[in-house]
Design a protein. Structure first.
Length: 246
């Protein structure tokens, strides 16, 4: 079984499909969690507190990291396989293949952009929330409007508002979401195709579903970014003195 998953093209695509499905579900969960912030910063903080450095959150984090790593490693393996299979023919391609979309030809490039955005996301949020608790601290102190402000790691609402009060962070994240949109428009339908769940009837339907899912993800996250930027001052003032319930 292990040889099938590591040596065969079909096996590698199967692993990509399973890990890709898991990551899409996580993205949808994360988007839903972020949307909570638009209705109630306090409710958002309750979720952040629940998903702190508790054992179940740490287990989930490890599983998520493993899923991302496996997905990316297998993407590299498939890219190398395709590169070797084409051989010198890759230099002879001078026209665009009919029916092949840009995203499908640049999945690895999009993947690198997404990994870069993920690293930035970890710096902005994970390192100031769960990591702070893991290290045994209960506060971090960023500068907000030139003043050092003590923030509890569970105060995600304040951290999000502070981060996206800066226009350049909003722009970077929107560009990251655009790369994610292209990645999902191809990845969502191809993961069904890889496990044999696509035919002449369902192929166009799955491509449509993929674009719907990708667009929901893009809009769901982008709305939070933009509204946080527009209302960051109010949320910072509202949540600056918030403390978690005992």
């Amino acid at each position: 079984m292990s040889c099938f998953l590591t040596n065969s093209s079909l096996g590698k695509k199967l692993v990509m499909s399973v890990t890709g499905c898991f990551l899409v579900l996580f993205i949808l969960f994360h988007m839903s969690m972020n949307i909570t912030l638009l209705f109630s910063p306090e409710a958002y903080n309750m979720v952040c507190e629940f998903l702190g450095a508790n054992w179940y959150a740490l287990v989930g984090t490890v599983i998520l990291v493993a899923g991302i790593a496996i997905h990316f490693i297998y993407a590299l393996m498939l890219t190398v396989d395709n590169y070797r299979a084409r051989g010198k023919q890759r230099y002879a391609v001078t026209v665009k293949e009919k029916g092949v979309e840009w995203a499908s030809k640049n999945m690895l490039l999009l993947g690198w952009i997404i990994i870069g955005g993920l690293a930035l996301h970890l710096i902005h949020f994970w390192s100031k929330m769960q990591l702070v608790e893991i290290m045994g601290s209960h506060y971090f102190t960023p500068e907000i409007d030139g003043t050092a402000t003590v923030i509890n790691p569970a105060n995600g609402a304040l951290l999000v508002a502070y981060t996206f009060s800066k226009w350049y962070n909003v722009l970077i994240y929107i560009l990251w979401l655009a790369a994610l949109w292209f990645h999902l428009t191809h990845g969502v339908w191809s993961m069904f195709q890889s496990v044999g769940w696509a035919n002449d009837t369902w192929y166009p339907r799955l491509k449509c579903i993929a674009k719907i899912v990708a667009t929901l993800v893009l809009l769901g996250f982008a709305v939070v970014l933009i509204l946080m930027y527009l209302n960051s001052g109010d949320i910072i003032a509202q949540m600056s003195h918030w403390v978690p319930e005992a």
